[in-house]
Design a protein around this ligand. Structure first.
Ligand SMILES: *Cc1c(COP(=O)(O)O)cnc(C)c1O
Length: 382
């Protein structure tokens, strides 16, 4: 990259957008008396966990959440000292490193709790625990019939000084479908589980809300909210109105070659597209190995030289071809594959709609070995 603008395949991460989104979410939480945990699992949904963690903590989030112990330790080693919860372990995983690093750990079973207690006693310090009740997602979490056992055991472990029970928590299945009856059903089960924890003598916080619930269910904010996708500016409930979020990721490349091709010529493998008249095409050096799904072939466009232009023929491993008609497009010109949408460029949400998936899957899959990530404060600095 000798020329600053001529990226091969780059994810521009606009930190100002992340700060803005976290401020929006933390403000909503604060209005209902809740604090904010920014979820930065899966390398900050592909945006860079450390970058996002720092920006989030500067913008109103007081907690961080990740899935694995490895992710949590990565943040601790980089100097992040904020409260940090991790919630998913492999079978029998040793939780000593997490407890030693002051990472909060989730317990869904009495067996989890025992492992946490063992880690705590080997370290001579209490472990910070969040008890997870399964309220109907039927993934992780304690089944309601085992919950009384779990809270009794946790209360005893707390009395023994082995653990500090900080929270009771759960996760929603259908919060992105406002009005779905499961949301209230899960909330009812959650309140019941909390009451049982109190009856066992615990005085925990409660947290339930993901991004969709932060945006649409202030009554379910409880003490702490756990937004993920909205931190990155992607709205999980666009049908519920404009929430003023700003997408933080722009995927861009630049033209490496332009050429004229004659009428009747086929483009790319299989000649799935043919020129009907003489046209200019532009070669862009990104392909499916760089996160452009091959199944988008013939179904998407990019922003190039002032407007959207269709990608023609198949997306290859390393390259794709853009139809430029008779326009003057130059080698080195910026190509935006998706971005916030300001310049009418495609968005990650649009890719997701075309592909029949969700924008979560698009952004978390973008950072790959040949793709660079450039962190800028604002869009203007590109
Ligand atoms: C990923 C995740 C979140 C964040 O969900 P979003 O829909 O991205 O806001 C919250 N809590 C848990 C347990 C998660 O796994």
């Amino acid at each position: 990259m000798n020329d600053q603008t001529a990226y091969r395949a780059d994810l521009r991460i606009e930190v100002g957008a992340i700060r803005h989104n976290v401020a929006v979410l933390a403000d909503r939480a604060r209005r209902s008396g809740a604090r904010t945990m920014a979820v930065v699992k899966s390398d900050g949904y592909g945006h860079g966990a450390l970058t996002v963690a720092r920006a989030a903590l500067e913008s109103g989030a007081e907690w961080l959440g990740v899935a694995s112990v490895t992710e949590a330790l990565h943040l601790r080693r980089a100097g992040i000292e904020a409260p940090l919860l991790c919630w998913l372990y492999s079978h029998g995983e040793d939780l000593t490193p997490a407890v030693a690093a002051g990472v909060d750990v989730s317990a869904s079973t009495v067996a989890d709790l025992r492992r946490i207690e063992e880690a705590a006693s080997s370290l001579g310090r209490p472990a910070r625990v969040h008890l997870k009740i399964d309220t109907g997602l039927n993934r992780s979490g304690c089944p309601p019939e085992q919950w009384p056992d779990l809270v009794e055991s946790a209360a005893k472990a707390q009395a023994d000084g082995a653990v500090e029970v900080l929270a009771v928590w759960s996760h929603l299945a259908c919060a992105d479908e406002p009005g779905h009856p499961s949301v209230d059903m899960q909330a009812d089960r959650f309140r019941r589980a909390y009451e049982q924890a109190r009856q066992a003598g615990l005085r925990p916080m409660r947290h339930l809300a993901n991004s969709a619930a932060v945006l649409t269910r202030p009554d379910l904010h409880f003490d702490l909210v756990r937004p993920g996708i909205a931190v990155y500016g992607l709205d999980p409930v666009p049908q519920a109105g404009d929430h003023g979020l700003r997408p933080a990721m722009t995927f861009r490349s630049s033209v490496v070659l332009t050429k004229r091709i004659a009428a009747g010529e086929g483009v790319s493998y299989g000649h799935s597209w043919r020129a009907e008249q003489p046209v200019t095409v532009a070669l862009v050096p990104v392909g499916y190995a760089d996160g452009v799904p091959r199944t988008l072939s013939g179904r998407f466009s990019v922003w190039l030289a002032g407007k959207r232009r269709p990608v023609v023929g198949r997306v290859c491993m390393d390259q794709l071809v853009v139809l430029c008609d008779d326009d003057a497009v130059a080698e080195g010109d910026e190509v935006v594959l998706f971005g916030p949408g300001d310049r009418s460029e495609p968005t990650a949400a649009e890719w997701a709609d075309t592909l029949g998936t969700i924008h979560y899957e698009i952004v978390t899959g973008m950072y790959r070995p040949r793709v660079s990530r450039t962190v800028v404060e604002t869009e203007a600095e590109s």
